[in-house]
Design a protein around this ligand. Sequence first.
Ligand SMILES: [Mn+2]
Length: 205
Amino acid sequence: MKSKNTQRISSVHRKTNETEINVKVNLDGNGNNKIDTGLPFFDHMIEQLSKHSLIDIYLCCVGDLQIDSHHTIEDIGWALGNAINKALGNKKGIKRYSFTYLPMDECLTRSCIDISGRPWLVWKVFLPNISIKNIETEIFKEFFHSFAQSSEITLHIENIYGQNTHHIIESCFKSLALSLRSAIAIDSRNFNNVPSTKGTLTGNK
Ligand SMILES: [Mn+2]
């Protein structure tokens, strides 16, 4: 199995004129988290991501919320994806692929991921053009897009059906969490190999 001194942890600090973000992750955690983005609904979503992926996430963001939530949510997607990518290292031994059908009351969402080194987002999620606690729902696509780019994960998310906007958004985060949990897990039958015939998953096509 994975040697004990190979900890899959990382931290990312990113400061721009729009946001300042500190994030730490432990891929082999217990789903412990402390999230402070200044946006309680978004905190709730990142907490779900941590809890169901079992990735410990400590995240603090001070963003330009006086403008709107756009920069904060997009930049957190980037920082969190970057932290997970760094913690994955050379990706030796990971399962790499996974998918999850996630029901939430009336709603069903599917996520499929490949920790490929090739960032891509397919987003088939219709969200009504409303705001939840000052967050315009259209920004959630940008979160997943930023996350896919910096994590270098191929990510397909489709809401198959659903009516409640809170449920649709939350099911996307929970579905991603469960897919991540499985895809980042170490495969005991292949723990010493990078799962690619190319021999690398570091973004070289
Ligand atoms: Mn909820």
